[in-house]
Write a protein that binds this ligand. Structure first.
Ligand SMILES: [Zn+2]
Length: 281
């Protein structure tokens, strides 16, 4: 996961302005749920599926899942994810879970993120180092950092503090630490305890699912090999400063490393953390 600036792309036309399709759908949703009898009646959200929204999310996140940074191109389709669930809430911190969800945010640009199927849909996954499968995937989960007083109604989201990390709002580096073996941990707080936001994010999105760890590990291993080679060629050049072969080898490895510093690469958040740790950034 890495921080992304939503202002890097224009708001998709379907969601831009009071006359947009999204604004009209929000008005309809507000009218629908104003009637208390409709609280458990499904409302059909359609605008978020529009092509221009998918395209904007794809450009913003460079074809990767907002949460695990896997590329979904060629493997599975993009899921447009509502950070705050639109129709139903599970694991919330409100007194009652269930319908409706944050229906007033079903067609709001700031609430939409691109996700892969594994991060988005609840599925049993093999978790790295665990002997059994665990249910992961966000589904309709939306836990908060603390309870919010008062009624659940439009505008309440302004007072909440989500437990999950939103990469367009939060800096994931403050909460998640990637290691050279492709694992991810919750950054420890000043008391030495893993921070709760990192923990919830890792658990709910399944960021330690085995297949994902294996993918991250192969990227981290390639990076480490480059770094070891660079240090070795630097050492040789230091001992023999005019050796053109060593200089050539060092430059080649540095070029390869620079090629990895590309935000469209899978697991770029991890790449940046590891390069920073080795003083390359
Ligand atoms: Zn994902």
């Amino acid at each position: 996961m890495r921080k992304v600036n939503r202002l890097d792309v224009q708001i998709p036309e379907s969601l831009d302005g009071k006359e947009s399709k999204g604004a009209r759908e929000t008005t309809d949703a507000l009218a629908h749920f104003k009637n208390k009898k409709n609280k458990s009646v499904e409302f059909s959200f359609e605008v978020y599926k529009k092509k221009d929204i998918k395209l904007a999310l794809e450009i913003l996140f460079e074809g990767k899942c907002a949460y695990c940074e896997s590329s979904y191109r060629g493997t599975s389709k993009l899921h447009v994810e509502h950070f705050r669930p639109k129709a139903e809430i599970k694991n919330s911190t409100y007194s009652k879970d269930g319908r409706p969800g944050y229906y007033w945010l079903g067609a709001v640009w700031e609430n939409l993120l691109p996700s892969c199927q594994n991060c988005n849909q609840e599925t049993y996954q093999i978790i790295y180092g665990q002997p059994y499968s665990i249910l992961t995937g966000k589904g309709n989960c939306f836990p908060l950092q603390r309870k919010v007083r008062g009624e659940f109604k439009p505008g309440v989201d302004k007072r909440e503090r989500p437990l999950l990390i939103d990469p367009t709002v939060d800096d994931p580096n403050q909460y998640l630490e990637f290691t050279e073996d492709g694992l991810v941990y919750s950054v420890k707080d000043k008391n030495g305890n893993p921070n709760k936001r990192g923990e919830a994010t890792i658990q709910i999105f399944g960021l330690l699912r085995e297949e994902l760890v294996i993918e991250r590990r192969s990227v981290a291993t390639a990076l480490r090999t480059r770094i070891i080679n660079i240090r070795e060629y630097e050492r040789r050049l230091h001992e023999d400063p005019h050796n053109a072969y060593h200089e050539h080898d060092l430059n080649r490895e540095l070029d390869e490393l620079v090629g990895l510093i590309d935000s469209s690469r899978e697991f770029y958040g991890m790449i940046v953390q590891l390069l920073t740790k080795h003083n390359f950034l």
